[in-house]
Design a protein around this ligand. Sequence first.
Ligand SMILES: [Zn+2]
Length: 86
Amino acid sequence: MKEYKPERMCIACRRRFPQDRLIRIVKTAEGLVPYEKGVSGRSCYLCGSDECMSAAFKKNLFARSFRTEVPRAQLQELAEKLNMNV
Ligand SMILES: [Zn+2]
């Protein structure tokens, strides 16, 4: 039997990948956080390539994906959690 592998789209390059290969970003009351077990909320996905990671922050694709304002400070916090320089 074929194993069911859910696919999700990277918000930057819009290509589809198996969900377990993507970086999941969850929107919580406190802001955006990289997925951890037990964290629930709306989420979006990034494939993890350098181009996509920087595009997501530069163009604030999170705001578009979540259809809500994502203040600069929240982006900065998320970047720090992902060990990124933006
Ligand atoms: Zn991508």
